[in-house]
Design a protein around this ligand. Sequence first.
Ligand code: DOR
Ligand code: ZN
Length: 343
Amino acid sequence: MDQLTLRTPDDWHLHFRDGDMLPETVPATARCFQRAIVMPNLIPPVTSTQMVNEYREQILTARPEGSTFEPLMTLYLTNNTTAEDIREAKQNGVVAAKLYPAGATTNSDAAVSALDELYPVFEVMADEGMLLLIHGEVTSADIDIFDREKAFIDTHLKRIVDSIANLKVVFEHITTKDAVEFVASAPERVAATITPQHLLLNRNDLLVGGIRPHNYCLPVLKRNTHQQALREMVATGNSKFFLGTDSAPHAKHRKESDCGCAGCYSAWSALELYAQVFEELNALDKLEGFASEHGADFYGLPRNEGSVTLVREPWQVPDEITLPNGEPIVPFFAGQTVNWQLK
Ligand code: DOR
Ligand code: ZN
């Protein structure tokens, strides 16, 4: 097969940033995705409806001429988020709230350090039909970074899912066999996003032959058996698993640093790379469900009407892209060949 037409896909997890990053990031996503769940970890984080509305306007302004791309906005949970914050956000079209354990990742210092105290807020979210999106890693210093996702499942996620009966939960950017198994056997109201990097790579791609800072993201890449579990699951077409790129730009000097930032800027190649993975898995017929149907169905939103076409024309991801502020950024898969191209 040399051509592949899909219902227009959505990206159920990404980072646009703000300010002068937006003229780069919004068109890169709008080129093929109709909607995207926009993460709220700005500086300062998007913790109120007013901030959500201002951020949404900035994103809409950065759309290419004629684009109908629709940002789906999220609220950043803190220890101080109230029931009223949730209700107000819901009334303003906010579809989900994001739970970052404090210190788990980029710009999460202001996030939740007392998770148990947030259960009343989760109850309100369930009542309001607002989804809970979770960065599922514990942060305690005594838990090894490679074990943090599993520890989060055992310490928090099982309990959240069991105790808040009607809450829809998306376990974001899962990286382990444990997470795959947890989600697959959880109630229907629990789903997961999977990134291109966690399907394509494992921790050897981060550490063998030298440190590869552009493959550093959080949750960190795991051993190949975990990568294999993710790949096997997407190849089944299970509708609880869907596309979320976690495209997360950081300027080149912030990645190539003695304390490099976590995040892979994949917007320019993500859809094409997912196609590459599904082809390797002999599961190209499952790509449309993963990219264009399961997420919308889970969020209770209509599937998109349009279509995109990918053609088998190998191309090379550029070594660098220049950000609107003149700084270089190294895109995910830089300098490597991608087999599929958006027509
Ligand atoms: O790699 C990551 N980058 N993981 C996250 O959870 C956050 C993201 C970012 O904002 O850069
Ligand atoms: Zn993210």
